[in-house]
Design a protein around this ligand. Structure first.
Ligand code: SF4
Ligand code: SF4
Length: 285
């Protein structure tokens, strides 16, 4: 059995200030950070204690990698034999020297370029540090029409062996012209998978079975989009509640959700689903 776990603790702060984001320039208090660190440590002990193979994606409410305790957590988890992959979403503002200690086979980064918060030049320099360290990573951002030139510039600036993804803007139906889609697909060959809203009601989905979301208290929900309580990882019998079940939402539109829809068979397109590493780039660095 292999589990795909999405962990999101109580941390809710960020050093960036993206206009659309509630965590922009917010700060947690010392006590809140201490609580977050305590919960993260408990989660790490739990992971260590499990017999199952585990792939973990950290999707924090804000930026976690600027905190030393997250850097240590990534390093520790990456060395556990049962942790096959550990990935974290980040704006890549953290220093990178600590990554020299991680297990580079299992550790990777899901980096997002935020053009309103940093320059392409600055971001590229950081990505070159990852290249020099041999860290696997992907890069991307939401492909607004006005940013397509920037997406091309990002592709040109980043190591050609690194996957650059584009998240589709879906709030406006049929937002892109065919010409724009062609342009984006030239950069992200898997864009058409993302540029859809999937009818998911009643469809078979691994979320709640081999994949689940966990909060800082260990509470499980099947995914980030259906908030019904499933069980708690710190209770002995929690695994009995992990079982196949159809989706109860009308649609699924986000990468971290629809990848678990069985009918899509996306493991055929991605080498690591949680990592968002496509098969067409077998070796990313
Ligand atoms: S970097 Fe991410 S978490 Fe931080 S403000 Fe921007 S969108 Fe929000
Ligand atoms: S299809 Fe999406 S919303 Fe439905 S259970 Fe799976 S991940 Fe959750």
């Amino acid at each position: 059995m292999k589990w795909h776990i999405l962990y999101r603790g109580p941390l809710s702060s960020c050093n960036y200030d993206c206009s659309y984001c509630p965590f922009g320039k917010t700060k947690n208090t010392k006590a809140e950070l201490a609580e977050d660190a305590k919960k993260l440590t408990r989660f790490i002990h739990w992971v260590k204690s499990r017999k199952e193979e585990i792939e973990i994606l950290f999707a924090p409410w804000g930026e976690a990698l600027i905190k030393g305790y997250y850097q240590k957590a990534m390093t520790t988890l990456s060395h556990f034999p049962n942790v096959k992959k550990v990935t974290i979403q980040t704006n890549l503002t953290c220093n990178t020297s600590w990554m020299n200690q991680v297990n580079k086979e299992s550790f990777s980064l899901w980096t997002t370029f935020h053009p309103s918060q940093t320059s392409l030049d600055k971001f590229t320099k950081k990505s070159q540090q990852l290249d020099a360290l041999g860290i696997r990573y992907t890069v991307g951002f939401v492909a607004l029409k006005e940013d397509l030139k920037l997406l091309e510039a990002l592709r040109a600036a980043i190591n050609p062996k690194v996957y650059v993804w584009a998240n589709a803007y879906k709030r406006i139906k049929n937002y892109y012209t065919q010409k724009e889609i062609k342009k984006i697909v030239a950069i992200d060959p898997l864009f058409n998978i993302n540029n859809q809203v999937y009818d998911s009601l009643g469809k078979s989905c691994q979320a709640g079975h081999t994949s689940f979301s966990v909060d800082g208290d260990g509470n499980i929900t099947r995914c980030n989009f259906i908030k019904d309580y499933v069980a708690n990882i710190y209770e002995d019998s929690f695994a009995e509640q992990l079982k196949p079940r159809p989706c109860s939402n009308a649609t699924c539109r986000c990468y971290i959700g629809y990848i678990h829809l069985d009918a899509l068979k996306l493991e055929e397109s991605y080498n690591g689903l949680w990592e968002r590493m496509p098969r067409l780039l077998q070796k990313n660095i």
